[in-house]
Design a protein around this ligand. Structure first.
Ligand code: L14
Length: 340
């Protein structure tokens, strides 16, 4: 079997390290792994398949001979280096929001629109959607295919790991400080995240929504190819380390019962239904962390309208929300022979 030279950009980060372990876990056909990060990580080594590899400093010459680039080092790094990698013949799978909404860049969830991958075309960049978008659309697409969806109302409960290591440390530090009556330091987020909920993820836009909220709206429309679907989002940071949870309300075109939704989702790729309220069984971030699937439960009728369904959707934001989705895209590139 052919093997490929794979670069991980942002290799020392929360998503980067998960990308490395995902390549390993899924037995991705890696010929050579190239680990790239900023100067801050110089001197570090990371393990891949039992061997230690040095972390190299990302620069203009990093992509010679690289065939697949998994980028997760922030939007400005992607803006600058994804085109450099593409010029060297590398296909970039970009985990940042830098290119997602550009019309000639595919935005892909493998369970939803794998056929869009082949159109990476001249720019040689494929965008990985936002973590909150991915898990919601993985669960909604099978329902959309059967009865259509008119409107989505979503509120998220997002883990701090999405922001990175500093945010994980901030939640640990603040929790310890509060429990030992010490002074609380706040650096990463504008307010204390420990024992709190912050209705603020990414920056605020002119319309009063956050950029994270508008990513959910615009990315969902692009992936489903429904440019005018009614979607509204409220994204909230909660003191959870791994796993995003979402309360999702949909209004469908045609009537569907909760039993039918459970049946459809039980057969949907990448979805596990956990819905036994009598036994207090429903998806939890603490159970989803470290797993690949998207978990759906609390499926029930929205009794305030004729065709409404409510549900609770949970996934590991670093796995399906980032690293796993990116590696799945790379797997399709290979399997379908989309790489030249
Ligand atoms: O990829 O949780 O658009 O702070 C940017 C915000 C990822 C999550 C993206 C967070 C997100 C991140």
């Amino acid at each position: 079997m052919r093997e490929y030279n794979v670069a991980v950009v942002g290799a020392t980060g929360v998503v980067g390290t998960e990308m490395i372990s995902t390549l390993e876990r899924r037995n991705f056909p890696v010929k050579e792994i190239i680990l790239l990060a900023s100067e801050r990580s110089l001197g570090r080594e990371l393990t891949f398949r039992g061997r230690d590899y040095p972390v190299r400093v990302l620069n203009e010459d990093s992509f010679k001979g690289v065939e697949i680039g998994l980028f997760s080092a922030g939007g400005s790094i992607s803006q600058r280096f994804a085109p450099v990698a593409a010029k060297e013949g590398c296909v970039v799978i970009d985990n940042t929001s830098a290119f997602r909404m550009e019309p000639d860049i595919p935005l892909v969830i493998p369970e939803v629109n794998p056929e869009d991958i082949r159109a990476y075309g001249t720019r040689r960049i494929i965008a990985n959607p936002n973590c909150s978008t991915i898990q919601m659309v993985v669960a909604l697409k099978p329902i959309y295919d059967v009865v259509g969806i008119k409107r989505i109302v979503v509120s998220t409960y997002q883990a701090v790991s999405g922001t990175g290591k500093d945010a994980i440390e901030e939640l640990v530090g603040q929790t310890k400080a509060l429990l030992t009556l010490k002074e609380v330091e706040t650096k990463v987020y504008p307010h204390r995240i420990a024992f709190n909920c912050l209705p603020h993820i990414d920056v605020f836009l002119d319309n009063g929504y956050t950029k994270e909220e508008m990513k959910m709206v615009n990315e969902t429309r692009k992936i489903l190819k429904t440019p005018s679907m009614a979607i509204t989002a409220t994204t909230v940071r909660v003191p959870v380390f791994y796993g995003h949870s979402e309360s999702v309300n949909i209004e469908t075109e045609r009537k569907i019962t909760p039993d039918e939704v459970r049946e459809i989702l039980s057969n949907a790729p990448g979805v596990t239904v956990i819905d036994n309220p009598d036994l207090s069984e429903y998806p939890l971030a603490s159970d989803a962390a470290g797993k690949d699937d998207t978990f759906v439960g609390r499926i029930r009728e929205d009794e305030s309208i004729p065709n409404g369904i409510n549900m609770w959707i949970v996934a590991d934001n670093i796995r399906k929300g980032a690293a796993l989705n990116a590696v799945q895209i790379a797997e399709i590139l290979i399997k379908e022979n989309y790489l030249d």
